[in-house]
Each structure stands twice: as C-alpha cells, then as structure tokens.
Design a protein around this ligand. Structure first.
Ligand code: UD1
Ligand code: UDP
Length: 384
C-alpha cells in the first residue's frame, strides 16, 4: 500500500547546498525517519542510504512512504550475527560517504545500523545528528545490544535530538554538552499521524483485510522480538498467550521475521483457534489494528510510544524499559516475561473497567506529531 505522499528521496531539495545523508537499516528507523526526510528537503539536498539490515520489513516501510534509497547496501543474511551486520555495513559505508560527501549524517535510535552509521561519520570527520537521543535503561545487556549502542552513539554524535526532558537529563548526566541537545519529541508520532490520515480514509479496506478476526470480541495485539528474551522468556510469553486464549478474546500476533522469534512462536502457538499468527504487517495495517485493539502486549519500543496516542493500554513484556514516560503517565505497565504476571495483568484489564479506563488515556508523553518540523528548524538554524 502506498501513501502517495511523494517522499521520494531522489527528489532533491532545491536551492541550498547542504547535503544530508540519512543512514538507516531497520523497520523502526525507517518509520521514524520518514517524516524528517520529507521535511529536510526544504533545507538541503537529501540522500538516503539503507544498510538493508532488514529487508522485507524495511522495504514495506520504504514502499509506504515512497522512499527510494540512493544507496542500498543490502547486507541482510538469514539469522545474521551482530558481527556481520557491523562489519559489512561499516566497510560499505566507507565508499558511500566518499561518494556522497555529506555535510551532516543523520541516524536514528539504537540499532546496529545506527551505531555503525554514526561511527562511519566519525571516521570521516563528518558531523552526526542523532534522532531519539538519550534513551537509557541503565542495563548494559537489556535491551541488548541497543542500550550500549545508544550510549556509544551519544558519545560520537554532535547533535542530539532528545524526545523528552528525561532523555535530555540522561545525556547531561553523561556530560553531553547542553547546547547540542534539543528536546523535540519523538518523530514516531509524526509518522503515526501521517499514517492515520491515510488509514482513516480506507476503513473498509482494513476490515476486509482482517476479516478473519471476530471484531465482536476484544482484540489483543501482540508483538515481541527482543534478543534478550530469546529462550526461556519467549517460552514464558508463549505459555502466557496460550492461557490468555482461554478468555473470550481474539489474539493477533504479527510475528517478526527473526528466525529466533519464529522458532519459538510457531511451534508453541500454531493451531489455537483464537490466536492468529500473521506475517509482519505493513505499517498502515499495524496502526489500524492498534486503533481497533483493546490492549497491546509488546516488547517493541515504537509501539510503546505510539499506543498512548490511540488510547490503548500497553503491557510491556520486558524486565526493564527505557521508555519510562509511559509507565509514569500510567498508560503502560511493565509486566516482564513471567507467565503469571502477564496473564494476571491481562485478566485485570479485561475485567476491571476502572483500571482499564485509567490506562486508556489519550495523552502521549512521547510526542505531538511536530517533532520533524522542530528538527528541521533547528538544523536550519545550525546551518545558518
Ligand atoms: C533489529 C535491531 C533491533 C530492533 C529491531 C526492530 C539490532 C541488533 N537489532 O533486531 O534493535 O528493535 O531490528 O525490528 O540492530 N529478518 C528477515 N527479514 C527482515 C528482517 C529480519 O528475514 O526484513 C530476519 C533475518 O534472518 C535476520 C534476522 O531476522 O538475520 C535478524 O535481523 P536483525 O536486524 O539482525 O535483528 P532484529 O531482531 O530484527
Ligand atoms: N510495526 C509494523 N508492523 C508490524 C509490527 C510493528 O509496521 O507488524 C511498526 C510499529 O507500528 C512501530 C515499529 O514497527 O512503529 C516498531 O518496530 P519494532 O517493534 O520492530 O522495533 P522497535 O521499535 O522495538 O525497535
């Protein structure tokens, strides 16, 4: 599905000489950078380099936002290791940067591509802007390797676009210079609003797509993919989902393409009538489904940020989260990966309307949909 937003990276910005090179590689990075790619066209020439750390899941987003990369390193391999993602992208980025000659490299988030993109900028003495800077769980291995990627990127980057005041405080505590930190909100909400705009015009199409779901029942949306949960935690999650399926609900789980995730989920949850295992959903389908869900069980960073805009309670299946603003606002609850705790929390939200309403607030601490505009204005000012 195309958004018809004409985001093509090949359509260069006009007039100004500044050159921006976006480097990203996975689904969430693409979603969160898409609004900024279009906004920065007002300020300079845009080039997009995707490492291809993800393939199908990245391509879904590129297609929806009509982003045509100038460079595609196409590095993904089946069940790739952190070593191959890191070394292959770093090596190939040397050539890209030499050819592209950017004034500013822009990376987002905490993936291995993010880290390598920043490092490649540093090796070339090119300034690096980090979008979604300052998130911290303060646990080196949770999330793994993202927490350490974030810390490393913060100490490489020149400009830090923090989503919240808390993120800014984290950066200040690590002696990042205050004049280079900008609190702008999270661009994921910009992307969400753009997506919803399109989704809301096509309601019927989405009901048709999800016709296998019984919408007279409460829908529970599940996602899970974190590396630190492979093994026992994922087993627990699957047992919990089986138990929850005894309730009068419909559970839908778009299963991440990581073979370690699929290896856990499919053997344990296939063949249960009201658990629907589906392929990763294109972004508009995911946000539409989120808007129709009763609650969300996830370990995803992006979904934790999006859900409060739709008034959907999130149960976070992780032991720690760097997205504590949602917990503090009462829109999310950290339930870990313990079977009993997950089941108990879901049953509480199914049976206790008061508790449910308390969590289902449409108040989003992560953003207001104008983050990419703010970043554009700041970048413009920095260039001036
Ligand atoms: C990566 C990021 C993680 C981010 C997540 C978003 C790292 C180390 N991990 O985790 O921070 O939260 O993306 O989803 O940067 N695969 C496909 N097709 C795809 C994508 C993945 O087949 O489109 C399979 C491949 O076998 C691949 C494997 O999944 O080798 C793992 O992909 P990888 O990007 O290394 O890790 P993720 O778990 O996706
Ligand atoms: N998402 C999607 N399709 C799916 C699952 C998630 O488009 O099937 C979107 C979701 O709306 C959010 C982003 O992908 O914007 C989150 O990506 P993911 O959970 O893979 O990574 P994380 O945010 O945990 O790094």
């Amino acid at each position: 599905m195309h958004s018809s937003l004409n985001f093509s990276a090949k359509t260069k910005g006009k007039g100004k000489i500044s050159r921006f090179l976006f480097i990203f590689g996975t689904r969430p990075e693409a979603i969160k950078l898409a609004p900024l790619i279009v906004k920065l066209k007002d300020v300079g020439n845009i080039q997009v380099c995707v490492t291809g750390q993800h393939r199908e899941m990245l391509d879904q987003v590129l297609q929806f936002f009509s982003i045509v990369p100038d460079y595609d390193l196409n590095i993904m391999m089946e069940n790739q290791s952190l070593f191959t993602v890191t070394s292959k992208s770093l090596k190939l980025l040397e050539k890209v940067i030499k050819e592209s000659q950017p004034d500013l490299i822009i990376v987002q988030g905490d993936t291995t591509t993010t880290f390598v993109g920043a490092l490649a900028g540093f090796y070339n003495k090119i300034k690096v802007a980090h979008i979604e800077a300052g998130l911290r769980s303060f646990h080196k291995f949770s999330p793994f390797p993202e927490e350490t990627n974030r810390v490393l990127v913060s100490h490489i980057a020149d400009y830090h676009f923090a989503p919240t005041d808390k993120a800014k405080e984290n950066l200040l505590r690590e002696s990042i210079s205050e004049e280079n930190i900008f609190v702008v909100g999270n661009t994921v909400i910009d992307a969400l609003f753009m997506g919803l705009d399109i989704v809301n015009r096509n309601e019927k199409r989405f009901y048709d797509y999800f016709r296998f779901l019984d919408f007279s029942k409460r829908i529970i949306l599940v996602t899970g993919h974190r590396r630190e949960s492979f093994g026992k935690p994922f087993e627990n999650i699957c047992h919990a989902l089986k138990e929850i399926a005894r309730e009068n609900v419909e559970t839908i789980y778009p299963v991440h393409l990581n073979p370690n995730v699929r290896g856990h989920v499919y053997p344990r949850l296939s063949g249960i009538k009201n658990i629907h295992l589906v392929e990763p959903l294109e972004y508009p389908y995911l946000i539409w489904l989120m808007s129709k869900s009763y609650l969300i069980l996830t370990d995803s960073g992006g979904i934790q940020e999006e859900a409060p805009s739709l008034g959907k309670p999130v149960l976070v299946m992780r032991d720690v989260t760097e997205r504590t603003e949602g917990i503090d606002a009462g829109t999310a609850l950290l339930v870990g990966t313990d079977k009993e705790k997950i089941v108990k929390s879901v049953r509480m939200l199914l049976s206790n309307r008061g508790e449910y309403n308390n969590m289902a607030k449409r108040r989003n601490p992560y953003g207001d949909g104008k983050s990419s505009l703010r970043i554009r204005d700041i970048v413009k000012r920095l260039l001036d």
